[in-house]
Write a protein of this length. Structure first.
Length: 100
């Protein structure tokens, strides 16, 4: 195998954004399905990987609101932030979400 083909394989498997392992508890608000408790696994500039604690039947392409415990909007306004996201990957209880 040539160096060129090794380089091409590495680039094909490379991720667009570097991920950081972050474990936070939170919730997904899913239109017409309610709220699903989650636990984050990683985060990047493009999105978040997480595990659902229940068995929600969410579809790829669904838009959701993500609420993370311990993440506040700022010192002057101590409300919990909600992030608009889209489901781009699903494998069992694992979801990949991208920021909208």
């Amino acid at each position: 195998m040539s160096n060129q083909s090794l380089k091409a394989k590495k680039e094909a498997g490379a991720r667009r954004f570097r991920r950081a392992h972050v474990g936070l508890k939170g919730a997904l608000r899913i239109a017409d399905l309610g709220v699903e408790m989650i636990h984050t696994k990683n985060i990047s500039e493009g999105g978040i990987g997480l595990n659902m604690l229940g068995n929600c039947e969410i579809e790829i392409g669904s838009e959701v609101q993500l609420h993370l415990n311990g993440v506040l909007s700022g010192e002057d306004n101590p409300r919990v932030e909600a992030y608009a996201m889209k489901v781009i990957h699903r494998k069992g209880r694992h979801l990949g979400l991208s920021f909208i």
